[in-house]
Design a protein around this ligand. Sequence first.
Ligand SMILES: Cc1cc2nc3c(=O)[nH]c(=O)nc-3n(C[C@H](O)[C@H](O)[C@H](O)COP(=O)(O)OP(=O)(O)OC[C@H]3O[C@@H](n4cnc5c(N)ncnc54)[C@H](O)[C@@H]3O)c2cc1C
Length: 395
Amino acid sequence: MNARRPALDIAVAGGGMVGAACALALAQREFSVALLEAREPAVWRADEPEDLRVIALAPSSARLLDELGVWRGIEAARVSPYRCMRVWDAASGAGLAFDAAREGRAQLGWIVENKLVARTLWDALEGAGVRRACPAQVETFSQREDRVMLDLAEGEPLSASLLVIADGAGSRLREQAGIAARGRDYGQRAVVAHVATERGHECTAWQRFTAEGPIALLPLRDGRSSIVWSLPEARAREMLALDDEGFCAAAGMASDFRLGRITATTPRASFPLRLQVAERFATGRCVLLGDAAHAVHPLAGQGANLGLRDVAELAATLGDEHDAGRDFTAPHVLQRYARRRRSAGTLDARGFDAIERMFAWQSPAWTAARGLGMRAIDVLEPLKRRLSAHAAGTT
Ligand SMILES: Cc1cc2nc3c(=O)[nH]c(=O)nc-3n(C[C@H](O)[C@H](O)[C@H](O)COP(=O)(O)OP(=O)(O)OC[C@H]3O[C@@H](n4cnc5c(N)ncnc54)[C@H](O)[C@@H]3O)c2cc1C
């Protein structure tokens, strides 16, 4: 090893779904990469019931995972394609219907366990030549003229030409890089549980917007549905404290019994919700991606999908410079990535925030206007197709 050069081209801090996908994508572009993760991702097992954390994966994400060589394994293991989406407003009764068949697609996306995606990526790292370090919590880092020096809680310090910060929504490394984040705490929690329903889910993602927040019923492969119910903190705590019967009755009411009576099949969990977008996605020799760069409301099911789009953009931007023998850490290169993804991420984050606000306002005049607007959009097929293509990441 040349002692004057950093040990690695790129160090990725954080091995969640986004950081692991990033390490894999960069290794495919011939960079020397290390992934530093504080806690090893849980092992996924086919004989265990579906994990409570599931996400809706968009076609753009499945495409990236396919390019990384892991999608087939994930798809074969356990995913649930959803072919339709029904969104409706409790107050006005108006709704929007999206149908994959009408758009000439087999499905709109897939409901997948986070754990399955994260662990499959993790297991693929070594075969791709990524140096996987775990437990390896990055405590601090310092930027030098030609490298970033990383201090780990365990083991020797590391040097790399570039640091990718992917340590999630509570990113301490983003703060250390001197990047602030703007947004707001929704004062809400998402309550999640897997439930059985009286009627079949019809491979449809159902979401009803109520005055308190949206409740989604996402189709699982075994016929059950996964509830993601965003509620004000106090109400969420009430829902968590109820017995199964009380919770299912409340969830049934909130979803207007669209799938009939609900029966509990798992315990419940909850996650705090906030909107947060970093003011910059790059500084010096550091770039941000995933939830460390943007955390969004789950109502559109897009957080991880946005993160995986960051990965695709970063790997393409850096990879093209590397292939051409140019300095991939040059400020204009990192800024190109940062500009593109910050602008796309901010637009989406603000868009989801606007939807959240739009359904939170309940004045009679506003409710009537919202209902009219939704009914108008529902019959405008070209506009719906554009919205759907945007969610799919195919625009
Ligand atoms: C209720 C809910 C529903 C959601 N539904 C959807 C959906 O339907 N579709 C969708 O696309 N998204 C959804 N999301 C969002 C999605 O879950 C996140 O966007 C995604 O998991 C973020 O991944 P990440 O890798 O950026 O961060 P994380 O998963 O938070 O990973 C960060 C990793 O960094 C590690 N780490 C932290 N600090 C350090 C350090 N100092 N050194 C080393 N490692 C460190 C952590 O251990 C962790 O493994 C949902 C979110 C919630 C809460």
